[in-house]
Design a protein. Structure first.
Length: 146
């Protein structure tokens, strides 16, 4: 090692004027790489979040549309109105002879250009909800005594 006129030490054997000159700027490159990876992870997380949100919206719209088709007595036209009110598209609506309705809706996934699809089935409820009859209450009493 020798000293230059300004007092810096030089390494004559390695040919460097300043010690550790080869490490300059490596932190900047490392931080740029980490920022790029973090940005990509954020884009993926936002895409997954949008897809999950659209799936839940489609499921809710399908459930409500199927219930509207059964409860209103109009069938599929009511399902279409309810699906549209929930920002969904009614993809299919089928009424079965037993009174059940199967509804399928799609919802656009924001930013991905894809559709989330969900289906729901609803059937007619009982005309009158039966009260507890004698045999049911006796069974309950017997089980509670044991």
């Amino acid at each position: 090692m020798s000293r230059t006129a300004r007092g810096r030490q030089t390494d004559r054997y390695k040919g460097h004027d300043q010690p550790h000159d080869h490490d300059r700027g490596s932190g900047t490159v490392l931080m740029l790489g980490l920022a790029g990876v973090a940005s990509m992870l954020m884009v993926v997380a936002l895409g997954l979040g949008a897809a999950v949100t659209a799936r839940h919206r489609a499921a809710a719209a399908a459930d409500l549309a199927a219930l509207a088709a059964i409860d209103s007595g109009e069938g599929c036209p009511a399902a279409g109105r309810i699906a549209t009110a929930n920002q969904a598209h009614l993809a299919s609506c089928e009424s079965a002879p037993d009174g059940t309705v199967v509804v399928s809706v799609t919802v656009k996934v924001a930013g991905l250009g894809q559709d989330a699809r969900s289906s729901a089935r609803a059937g007619p409820g009982p005309a009158q909800i039966p009260g507890p009859d004698e045999s049911v209450s006796q069974t309950i009493e017997r089980r509670s005594d044991s």
